[in-house]
Design a protein. Structure first.
Length: 149
């Protein structure tokens, strides 16, 4: 699993002109599921997201987690995170999971995050979405459950 995680002051997702998910302070997370990913990857990503200390403490140092600041997550499925752009001009998506598996693991990540008491808003899996946000910092991290980066 790969994610792009952005600390935000607010974020929202629209499908067909209707807002279907919106958060204030928290994390905008784009999640890409790989074809080798399992429930263990979902558990790693969910635990990492809720406990990653990327929010400022009283001294302005990144020392607080999402749980510490009572933040929320806007979780957006994004298979293009497994796009391979190393050859040619068109990305290849061989490493991305098939939609059925990807949707199951995407939903599992959302459930695991919610199980920590964090409000999770979501996009609609497989739909064309418009995502807007106000980045805070900006603070952006890339995570990979295989620990490639």
């Amino acid at each position: 699993m790969r994610i792009v995680c952005q600390r935000v002051l607010q974020a929202q997702v629209e499908v067909d002109g209707s807002t279907i998910g919106r958060i204030d302070k928290g994390l905008l997370v784009y999640l890409g599921v790989g074809k080798e990913d399992t429930i263990k990857d979902a558990e790693f990503i969910a635990e990492k997201l809720v406990n990653l200390r990327i929010f400022p403490d009283d001294a302005g140092k990144m020392n607080r987690s999402l749980l510490d600041v009572a933040g929320a997550i806007l979780l957006i499925s994004n298979f293009t995170l497994h796009g391979d752009c190393r050859k040619g001009r068109r990305p290849g998506f061989d490493a991305a999971a098939q939609p059925h598996l990807a949707q199951q693991l995407y939903e599992k990540v959302a459930d695991l995050i919610a199980g920590h008491g964090v409000n999770v808003e979501k996009g609609i899996f497989g739909e064309y979405m418009h995502v807007t946000s106000t980045n805070d910092g900006p603070v952006t991290f890339l995570l990979d459950s295989s620990r490639l980066f």
